[in-house]
Write a protein that binds this ligand. Structure first.
Ligand SMILES: C=C(N)C(=O)O
Length: 127
């Protein structure tokens, strides 16, 4: 059975998707954009946008029984590969027990004119 998950701490989806889905103990987040939940604004610059994306993803994970410690795979969609090093400096600070597998994909454009979008696959540990 597929569970469709949400979080009250992130912006509402911009389209026809759940914040995350879960099959068994595996949770798949949708791509999170750097939208502030309060203002729906996108902050300026790759550092602030990465922090907002990771904050939103943390809410999706924690509100649904998991955390960054249980992330197996991430995909980052970024619109300029020159930003990848700055993204990585921020991204790495969220992982304390080794890094997940990751794929970086260069894209020409993202919703809300964001610089990046990130999705994750995580294990939901048993209680
Ligand atoms: C923002 C998205 N995750 C989407 O449009 O699919």
């Amino acid at each position: 059975m597929i569970k469709r998950l949400t979080s009250t701490h992130i912006p509402a989806p911009l389209g026809s998707y759940a914040a995350a889905t879960q099959i068994g103990s595996v949770l798949f987040t949708s791509g999170q954009l750097p939208l502030s939940p309060e203002s729906k604004a996108v902050p300026e610059g790759i550092i602030a946008q990465t922090k907002q994306v990771m904050t939103n993803l943390n809410h999706v994970l924690v509100d649904n029984g998991t955390s960054f410690d249980h992330v197996a795979k991430t995909t980052v969609y970024i619109n300029d590969l020159k930003l990848l090093a700055s993204f990585d400096q921020v991204y790495r600070t969220y992982f304390h027990d080794g890094y997940p597998a990751r794929t970086a994909v260069l894209v020409s454009e993202l919703p809300a004119q964001a610089l990046l979008e990130v999705d994750m696959v995580a294990e939901v540990p048993e209680d």
